[in-house]
Design a protein around this ligand. Structure first.
Ligand code: PLP
Length: 405
């Protein structure tokens, strides 16, 4: 009952005792989980100011645990700020809306997007089934073909979207050149940096406007949380994202933010190890008779190997994709079922090695002919290399490939 002049009864004590503990004079080493939907201010005027200053008035507007995650991402990506979302898809949705906002007299063709052909299947579905249904015009282009891209820019799109390391074929885009062309045409550039992580690539340094992550993947890294985040290059984009985030409501919760902030502390250690192991795995896979093709930018014969070397400073990512020589779903499933260490899972970027069959997971909703035309065949397997001892990963792949001999 301290600080209270009123007598508090049992039910009231249960609600208020021990809550609102002062922490000003001591600091925890880690930003705690602020499991609160609202914030108490010292006066009505202070609350009123908080609406404009930091949003610490209501959970959908702001939360210190979520703020701390956003700050790490903004710093890692070199952005002005970042806004966290409940999932990577919510982050993408809001990023497209923010990037599509009008820009006055020099407004390019509103609601027109040019997107990289090879991308996460649900992003493609979001563009085709959601945005196109809202009247947006969506067209695709192989972003490694700069002539095709320059041609498409004649449509004066509002947005150019791409994955710098594409999913699942691991094509590498000449991001600096793409940004230059897109900006000359007046488009905003949105990039999904989930595969590259800011360790390999910081797209904002190349002029990209919005950098999206499925934080579920490498940022979190431990397979225990779903989340998304967008880092912004300009105050305008950051403010727009924040206000759309509040309105649409797909905000990240403090528990998830805490896990993601924790995961980010070891991003560099994890991803460096994953890149080194993936490099070894890719070279090993290439020598296996059951494998007809390996997709990995670290291989000298990868079409954009040199570009990857320039852009990513000697790292090539933790994902390896490969075609099984007998390219059927049945053989791919037999191989996956035979794995004993590598886990079958429709995610990537975790400390655990994970395998997935793109045709029936990330690209499940993409029509078969469209998928095959993109080069995602029936024998394509995607491997996300974890932080286990690489010798154990290779042993497991070896015994599982022997089953599909
Ligand atoms: C490259 C990429 N972007 C976006 C997403 C969507 O993220 P989430 O599943 O967190 O909504 C995924 C999910 O697999 C992804 O791989």
């Amino acid at each position: 009952m301290e600080n209270s002049e009123l007598h508090r009864r049992f039910d009231t004590l249960l609600v208020h005792e021990g809550a609102h503990a002062p922490t000003d004079d001591v600091r925890p080493t880690v930003t705690p989980i602020y499991a609160t939907s609202t914030f108490i201010h010292s006066s009505a005027a202070a609350l009123d100011r908080a609406f404009d200053e930091n949003g610490l008035v209501y959970g959908r507007y702001g939360n210190p645990t979520v703020d701390s995650f956003e700050k790490i991402v903004a710093a890692a990506e070199g952005g002005i700020g970042a806004v966290a979302f409940a999932s990577g898809m919510a982050a993408l949705h809001t990023a497209f809306l923010a990037a599509g906002t009008p820009r006055g007299a020099t407004q390019p063709e509103a609601s027109t997007i040019i997107a990289g052909q090879d991308m996460y299947g649900s992003t493609r579905t979001l563009l085709n089934q959601f945005f196109a249904a809202q009247g947006w015009s969506v067209s695709y282009c192989d972003m490694t073909d700069l002539e095709c891209f320059a041609e498409q820019l004649r449509a004066r799109p509002a947005i150019v979207f791409l994955e710098p390391i594409s999913n699942p074929l691991l094509k590498i885009t000449d991001l600096p050149r793409i940004v230059e062309l897109a900006r000359d045409a007046g488009a905003r550039v949105v990039v999904d940096n989930t595969f590259a992580t800011p360790l390999l690539l910081r797209p904002i340094e190349h002029g990209v406007d919005l950098v999206v992550h499925s934080a579920t993947k490498y940022l979190g890294g431990h397979g225990d949380v779903v989340g998304g985040v967008v880092a912004a290059r300009t105050h305008l984009m950051h403010n727009t994202l924040r206000s759309y985030g509040k309105l649409l409501g797909a905000t990240l919760g403090p528990y998830e933010a805490w896990l993601l902030a924790r995961g980010l502390k070891t991003l560099s250690l994890r991803v460096r190890r994953q890149c080194t192991s993936a490099y070894e795995v890719a070279h090993w896979l290439r020598a296996q008779p059951q494998v007809s093709k390996v997709y990995y930018p670290g291989l000298a014969d990868h079409p954009q190997h040199e570009l990857a070397q320039q852009l990513f400073g000697g790292l090539f990512g933790g994902i390896v994709a490969f075609d099984l020589r007998v390219a059927t779903q049945e053989v791919a499933f037999t191989f996956m079922d035979a794995l004993k260490l590598v886990l079958p899972g429709s995610t990537l970027g975790d400390i655990y090695s994970l395998v997935s069959y793109s045709a029936r997971s990330s690209h499940r909703d993409v029509p078969v002919e469209e998928r095959r035309a993109q080069g995602i065949g029936d024998g394509l397997v995607r491997l996300s290399v974890g932080i286990e001892d690489v010798a154990d990963i290779l042993d497991d792949l070896k015994q599982a490939l022997a089953v599909v001999q």
